[in-house]
Design a protein around this ligand. Structure first.
Ligand code: ADP
Length: 161
């Protein structure tokens, strides 16, 4: 079976992430979305909440799963038997960082391949961080995230006030 992982912070999952997962799910027999469990990074949602938001977003994608992971992406890939890492690439924001990470991962695990899917035009400028900033300032971000994520964002921001 061809298994790929799609690792990221997903704080929270956006329609840009979901588009990449949907397209990758057509290429691989199984896609596992890996949610970084990073205790020392300041995030809006807890790891459990981020995993749950992803889980609800992928209910219509039967060959896509979600799992939290700690540590190196290459180790997570080995653990779940994935030979490929999928990442999304936005026009200017992502290239250098992805390139650096790809080089490092290649050193750590030469057999592991990276596939970058180009972000859809309408989501090129969508990032979780900008989304959170806009939402926290009262902006309506409903068309950029699945409905349950929009609701979770509103609730979380209200609870932080
Ligand atoms: P990370 O902290 O690993 O960058 P993110 O959750 O921000 O985690 O992103 C996970 C992956 O999804 C990365 O490959 C990122 O480039 C990609 N991504 C982020 N936003 C979008 C978007 N709007 N469209 C397509 N891919 C995206």
């Amino acid at each position: 079976m061809t298994i790929a992982i799609y690792p990221g912070t997903f704080d929270p999952i956006t329609k840009g992430h979901l588009d990449i997962a949907t397209r990758a799910a057509k290429i691989f027999e199984k896609l596992i979305i890996g949610v970084y469990d990073i205790p020392n990074k300041r995030l809006l949602f807890t790891t459990e909440e981020r995993v749950e938001l992803v889980r609800q977003a992928i209910v219509d994608l039967p060959n896509v799963e979600v799992e939290a992971f700690i540590g190196l992406t290459v180790d997570f890939a080995a653990k779940v038997g994935a030979k490929t890492v999928v990442r999304g690439l936005r026009a200017t924001a992502d290239f250098e960082r992805e390139f650096e990470m790809a080089m490092l991962n290649k050193r750590l695990s030469p057999e592991l391949e990276l596939i970058c899917l180009m972000a859809k035009l309408e989501y090129q400028f969508l990032s979780s961080s900008l989304l959170k900033e806009a939402a926290s300032l009262g902006g309506n971000v409903d068309d950029l995230v699945p409905q349950h994520v929009a609701e979770a964002l509103r609730k979380k921001i209200r609870s932080k006030r």
